[in-house]
Write a protein that binds this ligand. Structure first.
Ligand code: ADQ
Length: 467
């Protein structure tokens, strides 16, 4: 079997003993690497005065990890700069927050070239190389320039933006052209794939071949949809761990018979947290009967705190939470519990189980795994209701959720009201197909579908080169 070389900005191999803390994606990639053998390469997270290109390799729970340090300027221009201040906001439809600085793009190209120089000696001719996410779009081109001829795949974990937005990016064509160095480019949903294809056809003069492949810039690739899932059976098992049960009981005790609405997100402007708070406030203002019989738990883990808009968002949410609690709390009831820390995954599972409503309303999200985790954690005999933004990639799969427009506080408050008053028969009717798809379209299926499609796409390329 061929080896798999996984390349991502950061590398997180879960340890067996802290399984409960690891994210589903990390678990899936680590499992793939154990199965296929291979290496997981990425940035160590450390910065050094000068880039050396040295790799430190170690074994981590059966996976070979290779890490490299980056220069301080690289971190500023590539990571904080082009990745988090340019591509992230633009790809999440926030060109008002997008920084278009040339130095960021130069840093981005430089780091991708450095990654390629560093990882190149680790790649054998028969290896499959799988590159992850927006930090590393040009890496495929850099690897091809350094003589890598084998299967090369890329997966984008975030949305692909509309053509009208992407054209605001200087050197937009070069970014898209770089994707044509891969054999296979994967997206979470048809919507992101369609936006990519629209750009290729209408901006770059590409064509769709009769076999569905895309041809442009003198190269031909396969672009396809691979909706990511969670490690669902593992998540369900976690509900039985003592820590999970303890977390659930702790929340349930504090409920005092009230119903709980839960949200769990990284503290990010794409997640619609302000709009969510305002919608909840609207519910309290317009449906007096829910006052005192519900509360909302919002867990928002701080993220990218070095970047300005994240600091502004945090200040706004602090103020909004204060306004809602100041306006509606009583001596024995606080309507909003707003928590800025991370929890172990088994604890989160327990908290999801204790909540009657999962309130997941990003303004734009590649997929959103929290929506799937909320469903996996429910009691099939008495499931809660998922209220989900239509702008999460997950909404295309999870049609039985209450799908809302996160920009409308009235629509969101209506959906909360409906979720809080829904009878058991309807809750079960909605839950069953959702649970079925969460269990079957899981992270292992995502990984295997991608790797199989990569094998096929590379074979087709080799055949057409020979012909
Ligand atoms: P994210 O933007 O990070 O991922 P998401 O898919 O929701 O968004 O994944 C977040 C993960 O972190 C979930 O597993 C969640 O449980 C966990 N998490 C969040 N807050 C936490 C907390 N306070 N404590 C512990 N765990 C917490 C990006 C894209 C998504 C895409 C994924 C995977 O933006 O659209 O679904 O990658 O491709």
């Amino acid at each position: 079997m061929n080896r798999l070389i996984v390349i991502s900005n950061r590398v997180t191999v879960p340890k067996a003993r802290d399984k409960a803390q690891a994210g589903g994606l990390a678990m899936a990639l680590a499992a793939a690497l154990r199965e296929y053998r291979g290496v997981w390469f990425g940035w160590s997270g450390k910065s050094v005065p000068q880039f050396t290109g040295q790799i430190s390799m170690h074994q981590s729970n059966g996976v070979t990890v290779a890490l490299t340090d980056l220069e301080e300027a690289d971190v500023q221009e590539y990571y904080n700069g082009y990745a988090n201040k340019t591509l992230w906001p633009l790809f999440h439809y926030r060109n008002d927050l997008t920084a278009y600085d040339r130095s960021f793009n130069l840093g981005y190209q430089r780091v991708n070239a450095r990654f390629a120089d560093t990882v190149r000696p680790l790649i054998d001719p028969d290896d499959f190389v799988w590159v992850h996410d927006y930090h590393l779009i040009p890496l495929g081109r850099e690897l091809r320039q350094r003589g890598v001829k084998g299967p090369l795949g890329f997966f984008l974990h975030i949305p692909w933006p509309a053509r009208q937005l992407l054209v605001t990016l200087p050197r937009d064509r070069a970014l898209v052209e770089a994707l044509f160095s891969y054999d296979l480019v994967g997206f979470h949903t048809e919507e992101w794939l369609d936006a990519f294809v629209a750009y290729v056809l209408r901006e770059a003069g590409g064509t769709v071949l009769p076999d569905g492949r895309l041809s442009c810039f003198g190269r031909t690739i396969r672009a396809a949809v691979f909706p990511i899932g969670i490690d669902a059976s593992n998540f369900v098992d976690m509900l039985q761990t003592p820590d999970s049960i303890r977390a659930r009981e702790r929340v349930e005790r504090s409920l005092n018979g009230r119903r709980m609405i839960i949200g769990v997100d990284r503290l990010d402007y794409s997640k619609g947290l302000e709009e969510r708070f305002v919608a909840y406030e609207h519910l309290l203002a317009t449906r007096v009967r829910h006052r005192r019989d519900v509360f909302m738990l919002q867990i928002a883990t701080p993220s990218r705190g070095d970047v300005g808009p994240y600091q502004n968002l945090r200040a706004k949410l602090d103020a909004l939470a204060g306004r809602i609690n100041g306006g509606y709390a009583d001596v024995d009831w606080v309507p909003l519990r707003y928590v800025n820390r991370a929890y172990r995954r088994d604890e989160l599972a327990g908290m999801f189980r204790a909540a009657q409503v999962g309130f997941i309303t990003p303004l734009r999200d590649g997929m959103n795994l929290v929506a799937k985790e909320y469903i996996a954690a429910q009691d099939p005999e008495d499931p809660g209701v998922l209220v989900l933004s239509r702008f999460a990639g997950a909404a295309l799969q999870m049609k039985e959720a209450l799908i809302v427009n996160p920009f409308s506080r009235e629509e969101m408050a209506d959906a909360l009201d409906r979720a809080l008053t829904m009878d058991l028969a309807e809750r079960k009717r909605r839950f069953e197909p959702l649970m079925h798809s969460v269990m079957t379209e899981d992270v292992a299926a995502w990984r295997d579908n991608f790797v199989n499609a990569l094998r096929e796409a590379a074979e087709v390329r080799v055949q057409s080169e020979v012909a």
